[in-house]
Design a protein. Sequence first.
Length: 417
Amino acid sequence: EEIILGVRPSRFEHLIGFGIEAGQIKDILQKLGFAYLKDAVYVKGAVSDPDKLAEPSHPKELCQYYRVPGYRKDISREADILEELARLIGYDKVPQKTPPKQVMDRHAYRIQKKAAEWMVVWGAYETLNYSFTDPVQMQHLGLGDSDASYVRLINPQSSNQSVMRVSLVPQLLNNLAYNLNHAERNVRLFELGKVYLKTLEGHMEPRHLGAICTGSTQEEHYKVKNSFLDYSWAKGCFEGLLNSIGIDWQVKAIDLPYLVEGESFAYYGEDLSLGYFGRLKAPVLEAWGIDTTVLKQEVWLLNWEMDSLISLSRELVIRYRDIPRFPAVVRDLSFLLADAFSYREIKDKIMALDPELVRDVQAFDEYRSKQIPEGFRSLSLHLVLQDQEKTLTDERVDQVMTLIQKTLKDKYDIKMR
């Protein structure tokens, strides 16, 4: 049975992606045996009597009606005819559209998720605070208005929520004070969120991961001596996240008004700031109502700049190497080193001398005493040497150790012990 269907040129452009003239449609379909009837307003589906259809009042309403040959059982709707037209004109004529941009940055999501999970593994709970804050709290940190360019709200709900936050630190201190006031002495909290910094062009919204921690390193147990979070714990937590992501970093002492001098350090990678950690000063804690003489615990602050971590890890390539077939050789090295030089600097220098042979450098002792000159310290290192291709001989190991000692003497003026 023959059916009557309408075909709209505007519909062809909408579905296929490029326009076609009504005359070209008529020419192709008539060659295929479709009988042209009339132009009229479109009606969905098969039409029984096209003579009753109204004339189109606008070119976009134009619809051509055809009688479909009875042997064309594959044609039952307008879309079937449009597909037939596209096939005959050529699929190569269909324009290629630019795919939509990626809605979500999957790498950024993965790094942020990894960072949050890292803090959970280290025993911290996630907190969520408002993006509005009180500028007075920044003054409690020792930072004046000139040190922080605020994005101010036009119509704030209250004076203590009048600016967008430029740091996660004040609100983390609020969280700490709240928990301490409710008799919770072991507190490890972190927040992953944005800060809002004013710029000449407007403002920027970098992502930070901040954490505030105090209390015992583990739950109390009668068989284990109780110990509190200290410098080593905070350093291990901070550097561990950077190492787990695979970022190379350098460390320098930092001087911030709310952190204790000598116990606060900033980290950098490829001239980008990665963050910092340090111990909060007692006057700062007292500004939040935390009495350090009663608390008798150190409070440590950690802050990672997530945008830098995401940027530096975006192009990282993980490389694997075979498990060594030949045994490693461990040698110890003890010497006097000036306080001006850090252990990290010494380690990097030794590793760079022969990266294929020097596998690891670890400090196992550092001390000062009256027998050691002022301004110096004694540093003892484990050096792990290993060759992937052959067993190391004593002569080869001695050559490497001699090179290391000579390099350290020339550059850092060490005194062997």
